[in-house]
Design a protein around this ligand. Sequence first.
Ligand code: A2P
Length: 323
Amino acid sequence: DGKTFKLSNGVSIPAVGFGTFANEGAKGETYKAVTTALRVGYRHLDCAWYYLNEDEVGDAVRDFLQETPSVKREDLFITTKVWNHLHRYDDVLWSLESSLQNLKTSYVDLFLIHWPIAAEKESQEKPKVGPDGKYVILKDLTENPEPTWRAMEKLYEDKKARAIGVSNWTIKGLEQLQSFAKVKPHVNQIEIHPFLPNNELVEYLFKHDILPQAYSPLGSQNQVPTTGEKVSENKTLTAIAEKRGYTLAQVLIAWGIRRGYVVLPKSSNPARIESNFKSIQLSDDDFAAVNAVADNRHFRFVNMKDTFGYDVWPEEAKAAIST
Ligand code: A2P
């Protein structure tokens, strides 16, 4: 599907992007998945330094552009992200250089700070892990990410990134970021699906002209939600899809686009990669029916303490979990 949104700086971004996170994926899996995605029409790839597979993404992009002369690099939208141990100014610059080399391109369309957590590095290739097995947090840089954002702005000015933004940021962090930003973030990539519609944050982003991007739009299927039931097992949602002859994934993707933001489904299965990209008509009734199911009951991304051993905005995490 060719639907696009516009970022606040006028850059056009395809509404559906292909997620390239391959959790312990076998070598070659990312290459295959990205090749399939490009062949069935995806033009937007969501990558990250942390996924450690950007060389395979880059190989797939290079080979696809070679076999398909009608498609040029400018027709693709490629995002990457800087990982937690690379938040110092020079490390941010290094991170993008490293990603560009692996992706075999001279610029990205979007560069994001992956998490609002700055951690110490063992080396540029490796985060430092403490005796408790968790990252060693850089408290100052986490609580004041201005140097990190200055590096992002530098890369934007140098046109190494056509847009810049953040990921997993909450309202509190965005307020702080915007207080010192010369270039406002164009995007905030967060987990959004019917069990985490994130309405308040999404509304805030629209109000501030920051485009939301939804990761795990299919409901974070590989994680067990705090409440047990998975999005994919919700009877109301599966009934909507069945009634129309769509897959639930197609309904969830259409729901996100209709809410006005980018969705980033991922799959390693060729048939699912293809069907996820087939756009469907979501009727007003279907849209309302999904909205009626949607409520926040899955708080993985706000609760950074479980993942990183540190809560950046503890009051906000507490408030979300007690709602
Ligand atoms: P698979 O690679 O076997 O297709 P999320 O992005 O929400 O965290 O979830 C991604 C997971 O959803 C992947 O593990 C993927 O598994 C699965 N998935 C992707 N597309 C579909 C689909 N159309 N139907 C069911 N599961 C899907």
